[in-house]
Design a protein around this ligand. Structure first.
Ligand SMILES: [Zn+2]
Length: 251
């Protein structure tokens, strides 16, 4: 909750509620960060603009009962703007000026504007990364560009929308070894997260290969593979999203 407040993206309650709306209506007019409207819209405009009447109506159908039962989330929601001013604006500027003698100009510029901009835009990439790093149907990413060392276009962003319940969110390198996954595992070890659900990329890939080789539909093959995995329980798939994702992969 403290880290989230430092990011300055509004209360966890509002962020999660709108993100659930974003997932439910991804890429439609009801999606507040609709990536089909371009990178700038999904990155900045969607975050800054008020919701339309239709979106407000759709927001009412989003279940946030789990958040309302969470005392920390509700505490932050109630006192967010006081916490934001003190923790996000004043403390980071005050610390370098008071404790190691930075000038006020440096403290405001670096610890204030630069830090806040970097953190905020990193957070906003959650909505716009699909425009920047996602692959369009049939698109092949040219591997002979220098950019490949900075960022790689990938299908794994589509995978996040396909299986948002999967706590292993790694888009780069070995699936499951990334920072968000590590953070969630640490939270689990501390008792702050439980009932983690996942699948593994080998399973997805082997089911893909099998379904193509045997000219089967991907979904039944995948479900069959999943049922044989003992540690996978209670996984509900959004079948429509899943099928369209797989069609995207097979194009
Ligand atoms: Zn998401």
């Amino acid at each position: 909750m403290i880290c989230h407040t430092l990011a300055g993206t509004g209360p966890i309650y509002d962020w999660v509620k709108k993100h659930r709306l974003h997932h439910k209506y991804f890429g439609t007019e009801l999606d507040p960060y609709n990536p089909n409207k371009g990178f700038f819209f999904s990155h900045v405009s969607g975050f800054c603009l008020d919701l339309s009447e239709a979106q407000e109506e759709a927001l009412k159908s989003i279940d946030v009962s789990d958040l309302e039962e969470d005392k920390i989330v509700m505490f932050q929601k109630r006192f967010y703007w006081y916490m934001f001013v003190v923790m996000t604006l004043l403390l980071p500027i005050n610390a370098p000026a008071e404790y190691w003698g930075e000038s006020l100009m440096n403290a405001v510029g670096i610890a204030g504007f630069v830090r806040f901009s970097i953190v905020l835009h990193s957070s906003l990439l959650i909505h716009s990364a699909t425009r920047l790093l996602g692959l369009a149907p049939g698109e092949k990413y040219p591997s002979d560009t220098n950019l490949v060392f900075i960022m790689t276009k990938t299908y794994w962003i589509s995978y996040h929308y396909l299986a948002p319940w999967d706590y292993q969110t790694g888009e780069y390198g070995k699936y499951g070894d990334d920072c968000p996954t590590l953070f969630i595992k640490m939270c689990e070890a501390l008792g702050l997260a439980s009932d983690l659900k996942t699948t593994d990329s080998k399973l997805v890939r082997s089911a893909l290969v099998k379904s193509v080789d045997e000219k089967n539909q991907f979904l039944p093959v995948y479900m069959n593979c999943m049922q044989n995995k003992k540690n996978l329980k209670n996984i509900s798939l959004d079948l429509q999203n899943f099928s369209s994702f797989i069609l995207l992969l097979l194009k």
